[in-house]
Design a protein around this ligand. Structure first.
Ligand code: SF4
Length: 353
């Protein structure tokens, strides 16, 4: 199945274009106190190193809004200022060089305050993300729909978008987040036809790294398969650097953005003659520097391994009497002792990359 991405308006965040078929961008959010510039810059550097392409920081007060200026001087990716309730913080964040604002116009206050934020962003030529969250929906919508339903989430997003449009502001990105995968999918089904803007997608409160990554894969995978999503965040509790490989893995698995080698490994069975899990983990680490998107297989037996991993560019399979196989596209190219297999595989990966 080839995914046909929804064509949206193109929006620029710093130097990065999103929407309109541009590559889907991986975002994260710092967990440091934004006022602690040293700690925040250090965390952003770690995230950059991991492959994060846009970073969001919380701006709870004026000191945090001012810190943006210094943080920006030391980082290399666009910065999004996340603002709730206080329109003055949004305006300060713009003055201090934020590349995008994330607000929920519903909690910024009067229409006049929303207008002031829109005017500041327009003058600085930066976009605003309308970020609707299941946990902070307007009371009127909760009453109308009896809770944070898909219809309520979509209506909140549409209402907030039209509030910005009313002020002549169309440099918009939209996100609708909830911690429920079915709700997330339903809300986007309603929304996708109704707005021309790029969508930032993700679950909120996805959870601890293992379960959160699985829930995110389920939710984002479903949306991405529908052609929805121009930037993604996998929200996980704890160190945000763990979010980046998870997001990349989801995009790579969906065939939407290749990120270097993909190591596949068989689940092992009664025919297994090698320690597949350990070898696959070591190979993954040893080829991590390769940029080319190649598929590498680590298979447990010579009987089915080469055939089952025919899609792999290169692979190994354990064999009987400690003699295994090196194969390319399912064809055996060498018979080697078990102790030579891993090194031969890594060397062959270097050759074809
Ligand atoms: Fe079992 Fe061989 Fe298939 Fe691995 S490749 S699951 S060892 S049959």
């Amino acid at each position: 199945m080839k995914i046909t991405r929804t064509q949206t308006k193109v929006i620029h965040i710093g130097g990065i274009p999103i929407g309109g078929g541009h590559p889907i961008v991986v975002q994260s959010m710092t967990s440091t106190d934004t006022r602690d510039i040293t700690a925040t810059v250090a965390q952003i550097h770690a995230l950059e190193q991991a492959g994060c392409e846009i970073i969001r920081v919380a701006v709870p007060d004026a000191e945090a809004a001012n810190a943006i200026r210094d943080i920006k001087k030391s980082i290399h990716i666009p910065l999004v200022a996340d603002i709730h309730f206080d329109h003055r913080l949004a305006i300060e964040a713009v003055k201090n060089g934020a590349d995008k604002l994330r607000i929920n116009p519903g909690n910024i206050g009067s229409d006049n305050r929303v207008r002031q934020v829109a005017e500041a962003a327009k003058a600085a030529e930066i976009p605003i993300r309308v970020g609707v969250n299941g946990g902070s929906l307007e009371k009127s919508l909760l009453q109308k729909y009896g809770g944070p339903t898909a219809e309520a989430l979509a209506e909140s997003a549409l209402k907030n978008v039209s509030q910005l449009e009313k002020h002549g502001f169309t440099n918009i990105v939209v996100s609708v987040k909830t911690s429920s995968v079915p709700l997330l999918i339903d809300a986007h089904r309603i929304l996708m036809e109704k707005i021309p803007y790029p969508l930032h997608i993700g679950l909120t409160e996805a959870g601890t790294p293992y379960k959160g990554a699985i829930r995110s894969a389920a939710g984002l995978g479903a949306l991405l398969s529908m052609g929805i999503g121009d930037t993604v965040r996998v929200s996980l509790s704890g160190d945000p650097t763990a979010e980046i490989p998870a997001a990349r893995e989801i995009l790579a698995a969906m065939g939407l953005r290749p990120y270097g080698p993909r190591v596949i490994a068989c689940p092992t069975c009664g025919r297994t003659t090698t320690d597949v899990a350990a070898i696959a983990a070591r190979v993954e680490a040893r080829v991590a520097h390769i940029k080319k998107p190649i598929t590498i297989a680590v298979m447990g037996c010579e009987v089915n391994g080469p055939g089952e991993a025919r899609e792999a560019d290169i692979g190994i399979a354990g064999g009987r009497n400690k003699v295994g196989l090196l194969f390319k596209k399912g064809e055996i190219v060498a018979k080697l002792s078990d102790s030579e297999l891993e090194d031969a595989l890594v060397a062959a990966c270097a050759e074809i990359s």
